[in-house]
Design a protein around this ligand. Structure first.
Ligand code: PLP
Length: 367
């Protein structure tokens, strides 16, 4: 079977070139006679892989020298707990902006360890926008301030970065890391599950400013302390070696493409094509306010659950798969991460127009 266009929110498409490269050396990594999966994490070959993964990520994200890059496990969800466990170190207060289910889960976890102040929330509007915030409402003495830069389920993203002054800004970038250029120095900590723009599930990347390491209480589990992982270069225990290897190949691929700025241009173009098709349609609409629309997860609906179901099924039969919205919201969601080629987006738009015509709905789209 040919490869198909997979619009899954994660795990999701990976660059074909990367997988072909990995396939070539799957059973014999660079002539060492072993697969990367079989390599000791203490051996020379794997040490080279993890060092290259880190240095290439540092280069493509322009990560300043006073930040550590950690390759961890437990998903972004474990970070919901590790962040409060490590960053509550003074007032035990943290500010959260609630822009979706993941932000809500992150805040709920932090509440177990300290005081959480919800600065703003768009929950009452089904998370259809990202609230504007007034810095005078931020807790001046908070230990950190948390946002989810891209809301995978609801299809929105932060169009701005809150200015939190001396309070460290912590960002869940699981679904938009490496999709656009960001200034790492504006953040105290960035984290992301790998399974969207980085590589296979099982790896979590944490980028943390040096001064935020080493404040965890000594009675927390060792594996939850950033300092242990930083002091041991992410090899306190056996790291997810194969996932780190694929991430390294993805980082190198991004570098070959011309870096994150080039990837961003392509992502913006893909999103523009898809949102234009939705906006000129008489059948489909996007529930997210225009200025806050995600360029990674494009959410749209027909307004009729049965029609949504037919659309998803018929699209799948055409090789456009995993277009169903998150189980909590329904409708459609096209996740168009870095590895989704522009051809996948144009194939989807062509199918949307055909589906409208078949259902006798006219559209205002230019042919
Ligand atoms: C923004 C965001 N945060 C957190 C998570 C949870 O990630 P994990 O499954 O790696 O724990 C997801 C998963 O899709 C996500 O999209």
């Amino acid at each position: 079977m040919e490869r198909i266009y997979n619009f899954s929110a994660g795990p999701s498409m990976l660059p074909l070139e990367v997988m072909e490269e990995a396939a070539k050396e799957l059973t014999n990594y660079k002539g060492c006679g072993m697969s990367v999966m079989e390599l000791s994490h203490r051996g020379e070959e794997f040490e080279g892989i993890i060092a290259d993964a880190e240095s290439t990520l540092r280069e493509i994200m322009a990560i300043p020298a006073n930040y550590k890059v950690l390759f961890l496990q437990g998903g972004a969800s474990l970070q919901f707990s590790m962040i409060p466990l490590n960053l509550f170190r003074g007032s035990n207060k943290a500010d959260y902006i609630i822009t979706g289910m993941w932000a809500k889960k992150a805040a709920a976890e932090a509440k177990k360890f300290g005081h959480v102040h919800i600065v703003a929330s768009s929950e009452d509007s089904m998370f259809s926008f990202v609230p504007n915030v007034d810095p005078s409402e931020f807790s001046k003495d908070a230990d950190y301030f948390h946002i989810t830069t891209n809301n995978t389920i609801y299809g929105s993203r932060f169009p701005y970065i809150p200015d939190t002054g001396s309070v460290p800004l912590v960002a869940d970038m699981s679904s938009n890391i490496l999709s656009e250029v960001i200034d790492v120095s504006k953040f105290g900590l960035i984290y992301a599950g790998a399974q969207k723009n980085i590589g296979p599930a099982g790896l979590t990347v944490v980028i943390i400013r040096d001064d935020l390491i080493g404040h965890a209480s000594s009675d927390i589990p060792t594996m939850l302390d950033y300092k242990i992982h930083a002091d041991n270069s992410s090899m306190y225990n056996t790291p997810p070696t194969f996932a780190i290897y694929i991430a390294k190949l993805v980082f190198e691929h991004i570098k070959r493409l011309g870096g994150v700025a080039e990837v961003q241009k392509n992502n913006e173009l893909k999103a523009k094509i898809l949102y234009e098709a939705i906006d000129c349609s008489m059948m489909f609409s996007c529930p997210v306010e225009e200025q806050d629309r995600s360029i990674m997860n494009v959410v749209f609906v027909t307004g009729k659950a049965e029609l949504d179901k037919s659309f998803i099924a018929e699209a799948a039969a055409r090789g456009l798969v995993n277009l169903g919205g998150h189980r909590s919201v329904g409708g459609m969601r096209a996740s168009i991460y870095n590895a989704m080629p522009i051809e996948g987006v144009t194939a989807l738009v062509t199918f949307m127009k055909e589906f409208e015509e078949k259902n006798h709905v006219h559209n205002n789209c230019a042919k």
